[in-house]
Design a binder for this molecule. Structure first.
Ligand code: AMP
Length: 375
């Protein structure tokens, strides 16, 4: 039988799970116990979980989901399991469902232990756990025969660090906020059976047994996959999901261009048409403006401007442009020519002045003159 035991902190889940294990041979899997063990062993997981646990907060979902996956794939879980303290929120409940679906091993039931706040407070603050065998007793409701020692094995009893009032209140808040949605999730699946957790342990257990005895378990179930097989299945499943995702994306991509070609092509065409239309219009506007300006300059009438406008489309703009460029070219050249002429004159005058003023030149002139006279 595969079941989940849900209840507020101190509702007696642990105690009842142990009793069920004894009677039905179904192993109890307590995430709280596994985490406490990891903390005691000083494993990296334990070190990570410790802070959250000491504060009465939940440790990360990944951590507990991984822990549960490993644990329920062990051979002893083949005959079923009692999950105690897991799932504690909706994410964990959904992850568990996925995992069990993959293993073809759905849950048979979810047992909800209901209790009132005061009773829970007394239970938790009076709770003692045996360090050796894990047996749980209560110094108020079920005191040990020998103070501080376990009735079962005589081992030392310990008071859990997170069993003080402040931390307990915090754990209640966490339960209300996080675990209640997980219960609602199971209620929707019609898997929840409620047992009143108040009263003597035996009475509560008897009520639980009444329910468990009605659960139908398929005796011909194929053995559960091992952890390796399960991991392989998870890998395959995630690969399938990836392929599916990629497939749908490819299909989406294939479809999109079709839609695009069906939809966007005309849009593109329309845009091009629009764009070219705009260009043509603006070009025509420019030509008209040019023509109007030219016509006005030349003193043409409107009619001539319009007539020109029609013919202009092919030839007139060039002419206008040519005229314009011609003017532009001639004008600066004339000015430049004038400037050049002026410059030449100035240079000549300067040279003449230099010639006049230069003493070497004077000497040469004097020499020439003297030579002529001698002749
Ligand atoms: P418990 O013994 O079930 O009351 O658990 C003791 C502490 O272990 C909790 O207060 C949490 O910090 C942590 N814990 C146990 N189970 C879970 C879980 N399923 N998810 C997150 N944290 C958990």
């Amino acid at each position: 039988m595969r079941m989940v035991l849900i209840g507020a902190p101190g509702s007696g889940k642990g105690t009842q799970a142990q009793l069920i294990e004894k009677k039905y041979g179904t192993p109890q899997i307590s995430t709280g116990d596994l985490l406490r063990q990891a903390v005691a062993d000083g494993t990296p997981l334990g070190l990570q979980a410790k802070t959250a646990m000491d504060m009465g907060q939940l440790v990360s979902d990944d951590m507990v989901i991984g822990m549960i996956r490993d644990r329920i794939s062990r051979p002893d879980a083949n005959k079923g399991f009692i999950l105690d303290g897991f799932p504690r929120n909706l994410v964990q409940a959904q992850a568990l469902d996925q995992l069990l679906h993959l293993m073809n091993r759905p849950l048979h039931l979810v047992l909800l232990l209901e209790t009132d706040f005061d009773a829970l407070m007394q239970r938790i603050t009076g709770r003692r756990t045996c360090r050796s065998c894990g047996h749980i007793c209560n110094i108020y409701t079920d005191p040990p025969k020998m103070d501080g020692h376990c009735d079962e094995c005589g081992g030392n009893l310990r008071h859990r660090v997170d069993d003080n009032e402040e931390i307990i209140s915090n754990r209640f808040r966490v339960y209300e906020a996080q675990t209640t949605p997980a219960i609602a999730y199971y209620r929707e699946q019609n898997k929840v059976r409620v047992v009143q957790g108040i009263g003597q342990e035996e009475d509560v257990f008897a009520a639980i047994c009444q329910i468990l005895d009605t659960v139908k378990v398929d005796p011909d179930e194929v053995p559960m996959p091992t952890l390796d097989e399960l991991e392989q299945m998870i890998i395959e499943k995630s690969q399938e999901a990836l392929i599916e995702k990629a497939g749908s994306e490819v299909a989406g991509v294939k479809q999109r261009p079709k839609q695009k070609s069906a939809r966007t092509k005309p849009v593109i065409k329309a845009t091009t048409k629009k764009q070219s239309g705009v260009k043509k219009k603006s070009a025509a506007k420019k030509v008209v403006v040019k023509k109007k300006t030219t016509a006005k300059k030349k003193g043409d009438t409107k009619k001539t401007a319009v007539r020109k406008k029609t013919g202009i489309k092919k030839t007139a703009p060039k002419k206008v442009a040519n005229k314009k460029t011609g003017v532009k070219k001639v004008m600066p050249n004339k000015a430049a020519g004038k400037k050049k002429a002026v410059k030449k004159k100035v240079v000549k005058r300067k040279k003449a002045a230099v010639k006049k003023k230069s003493p070497a030149r004077k000497k040469a002139v004097v020499k020439k003159k003297t030579a002529r006279r001698k002749k």
